[in-house]
Design a protein around this ligand. Sequence first.
Ligand code: ATP
Ligand code: MG
Length: 420
Amino acid sequence: MLQSLLFTKTRKEAPKDEVSKNADLLIRAGFIHKEMAGVYSFLPLGLRVIEKIKNIVREEMNATYGQEMQLTALQDKDVWEKSGRWNDEVIDVWFKTDLKAGGELGLAPTHEEPLTSLMKNFIRSYRDLPLYPYQFQTKFRNETRAKSGILRGREFLMKDLYSFSKDENEHTVFYDKMSKIYRDIFEKVGLGEHTYFTLASGGSFSKFSHEFQTVTSAGEDTIFVCEKCKMAVNKEIIEDQKMCPQCKNEDLVEKTSIEVGNIFNLGTRFSDTLNLTYLDDKGKPQAVFMGSYGIGIGRLMGTIVEVLADEKGIVWPKSVAPFLVHLIVVGESDEVKNSAQKIYDELNTQKVEVLFDDRDVRAGEKFADSDLIGIPYRIVISEKTLAEKSAEIKVRATGNTEMRPLADLKVDAIAVLDAF
Ligand code: ATP
Ligand code: MG
């Protein structure tokens, strides 16, 4: 992509009312736009990151027999009344509206009810189970505090998978598998060492649930971490659980964190109230045993920014970066411009994702913008580098800078970059 054609521009300052680091950096770098508190649009650069994260999550879900679908945002009041969750005291973040034709509907804050209800059309016998439908869907929640940028939106993207199993045993096998897969996902997006598998309250569904909590000062949760086995306990249940649930170590360390994912044993809470049953091998009806598994896709993007950014700007891990390479041309001469254009074409041919800063602005401005945007590798072509038939390569995360022959980049740029 040519930066001169990108309609977003970097900004020196974010909106005055923006207090979170993630939104401040993402707005200034042109990834998101603030519509109002807790409501953000994703611009071309931002959408590329969202799609990268979604694809990492999608691959993992598909590999465990997940079936992607998409439910509606508009919700039928009747279904939620049956489960008892239409009530504003039970779900206190509902957005609801009156229909002109009469009646009321709501904007989905989560999707247990409509999916359980939908599955009644498809689940008949034990042969139909287990099933793992999932989606990437926008959720709406009337959050009172929406001061954490894209960490806490009133409209936000979630991956939610729901498991439909024959019984608790079958459920538990999948639940354990999913907790390992979640760990892999947070590893892949660059948050592995900062993210803890955390015992938490099961809310109204069961005694416990498990959260994935990433340590950051921007977080709104408090967890107690076991440094020995890397598990944690959410403060909300610390009275019940004063030691590490895994190794029984009592020496836990308090940390501030953000919940990036949450997995629940729902039991038969929804299948009972919405009457989702299957016929077992003796032809007897049984309640379907359910679980739910969420990841905040936008929150994850914001968390990556919070955890990895430095004083110059965002630092994207390669796996989720909008582009792998930020190619920058410095100098006015035709020779420099043509060489940079050639390298750009070469990289595209090699299917390397490149943002090419071909703008007519000062070198200093280009470098500052590049640091702010946070693309993993910066490749600079200038009179000076051409004199050595080379390009200067800088790694955003480490600041490590070295010259590499243009000829090598033309043969295999990825190999050159990977060698850093
Ligand atoms: P929190 O305790 O932070 O309010 P939650 O427990 O209500 O979150 P869940 O209902 O478990 O959240 O939703 C699944 C995932 O969706 C969460 O783990 C989180 O990553 C994400 N999420 C929840 N609320 C928001 C929000 N307002 N904005 C962005 N992401 C969110
Ligand atoms: Mg939660």
